[in-house]
Design a protein around this ligand. Structure first.
Ligand code: SF4
Length: 476
């Protein structure tokens, strides 16, 4: 279920290259996409390099969850030894089959397919240049622009150089996969903002947004793709090319805080371990005398366990999450949101009545959900509720592929912590500090913290600084 009070990832990508002769790369991609479902539930698609006619790709895309989009029969039709797949999250209004991926295109050298996660910041200028040169765009997505750039130079220069050229032209946060008839190419932006990793499955290679998807197909994680790196996989093996030496890693810290699955490992840090550590640091930064520590399930669980361990306060459950609630789109009315939450999270009266509780969650974005949770815990008889958030206040929008609300909708954008506490109705409220977040990320400073600090790895898209990141979600 899409929580309207969380930041949302935009996409997951998964590609597989098997030695020629193999026909079912799409099977591996299917299971990989199921494991990446948390990154996007709007649409899904897979392209295979052997279509109904010679020189064509097979492609199946649809709206909905991966398991809803693909029947056995649909999957069997996507043949070939190479396949790329995509799961997409989109903002309201951008949800249509036309924008579903992979996107495909044709060049004189044959077909191409692209699966892309992220957001470009120089779209306007590139689109203008391409349109002046005669390109026609079918969608309003950054992904089509990247495919167009690659297709234009692939004819003359070959795919690898075409990807290299496209990466010199585009600026922003991205990880993408390109499939040709005989190769699979993966690329990560020069700051490595969006994740991409490499795995092996026997003689096959895998490229995926997260390592949990490599585990899902019983593959072996090899390494993360480096910032500014292109990997080309074909019959000759795997080749790695760096587009520039001037890279500065700035992986999105929200991947570790919330987006990624806790069983993933991104850029050398286990996501679960990081979340638990952030709870431990929070316990030291903001202790509280309570009967037990509880999590907002599931997002707050690892940090709550860390808080409990560090403080020596027992861990307990205050709410049960209904895991059978289906996918729901962001509901526009407050009443619809209230009912969604009512069905999704229910307080356990027996563990709450008369108790003082520390309640841990990973983040607060708008504050609506947390306010309702606190109200419901009070109704269920909680004596004191002390909210602890395992990330700093989200005070700025994201311009790099994460769906953030308008700045004025971010509860922490212009309110001090005390005012946020008053709004949500807790007895106390504390956030992890930015240095605390850095400590949880093993003391490394190679992570983007833009939505907390307002300091971004690169300039925001032209004209959007005063507007909203919602406008920036035109990609994917
Ligand atoms: S601004 Fe926030 S959500 Fe966006 S890339 Fe940076 S850390 Fe991630």
């Amino acid at each position: 279920m899409t929580d309207p009070d969380k930041l949302h990832e935009e996409c997951g990508v998964f590609g597989a290259w098997f030695p020629p002769g193999e026909e079912s790369a799409s099977q591996a991609v299917y299971y990989g996409l199921v494991a990446l479902q948390h990154r996007g539930q709007e649409s899904a698609g897979i392209a295979g390099n052997r279509g109904p006619e010679a020189g064509q790709f097979a492609l199946h895309r649809g709206m909905g969850l991966v398991t809803e989009v693909f029947s056995d029969a649909a999957l069997r039709e996507i043949r070939g030894n190479i396949a790329v797949g995509h799961t997409r999250y989109s903002t309201a209004g951008g949800s249509s089959l036309e924008n579903a991926q992979p996107l495909t295109g044709h060049t004189k050298r044959g077909p191409l397919a692209l699966a892309h996660n992220g957001n470009l910041v120089n779209v306007e200028i590139l689109q203008e240049l391409l349109e002046e040169a005669g390109s026609v765009f079918r969608t309003d997505s950054d992904s089509e622009l990247i495919l167009n750039l690659i297709a234009r130079s692939a004819v003359k220069k070959g795919l690898t150089e075409a990807v290299w050229d496209a990466m010199q032209a585009v600026q922003g946060a991205y990880a993408f996969l390109v499939m040709s008839s005989d190769s699979l190419v993966g690329a990560r932006d020069r700051n490595g903002i969006r994740p991409l990793c490499l795995g092996r499955l026997g003689d096959a290679y895998i490229l995926a947004s997260e390592s949990c998807a490599i585990d899902a197909v019983e593959g072996e994680f090899i390494r993360d793709i480096e910032p500014g790196e292109i990997v080309v996989i074909d019959e000759k093996g795997l080749e790695s090319i760096h587009i520039t030496e001037r890279t500065k890693t700035q992986t999105c810290s929200f991947e570790h805080i919330y987006f990624a699955r806790p069983d993933s490992r991104i850029d050398g840090i286990d996501v679960y371990r990081m979340r638990k550590k952030s709870g431990k640091i929070l316990a030291r930064q903001a202790p509280a005398e309570v009967d037990y520590v509880a999590a907002v399930p599931d997002s707050g669980i690892p940090a709550a366990i860390g808080y409990s361990e560090e403080s020596g306060t027992p861990y307990g459950e205050a709410m049960i999450k209904n895991r059978y609630v289906g996918r729901s789109f962001i509901q526009p009315s407050d009443e619809a949101r209230r009912q969604t939450l009512q069905v999704k999270l229910n307080p356990i009266r027996a563990t709450i009545k008369g108790k003082k509780i520390v309640l841990v969650d990973d983040s607060i974005v708008r504050g609506h959900t947390m306010k309702k949770i606190v109200d419901r815990l009070r109704e269920a008889g909680a004596r004191e509720i002390h909210v602890r958030i395992a990330s700093p206040p989200v005070a700025y929008p994201c311009y790099f592929g994460i769906d953030t609300p308008y700045r004025e909708e971010l509860i922490s954008s212009e309110r001090e912590v005390e005012l946020v506490r008053e709004h949500i109705g807790a007895d106390s409220l504390a956030f992890l500090t930015i240095p605390g977040l850095t400590e949880a990320l093993d003391g490394r400073d190679d992570f983007c913290t833009g939505c907390f600090s307002g300091v971004y790895p690169m300039a925001a898209p032209k004209g959007q600084m005063k507007e909203t990141a919602r406008g920036a979600s035109r990609g994917v």
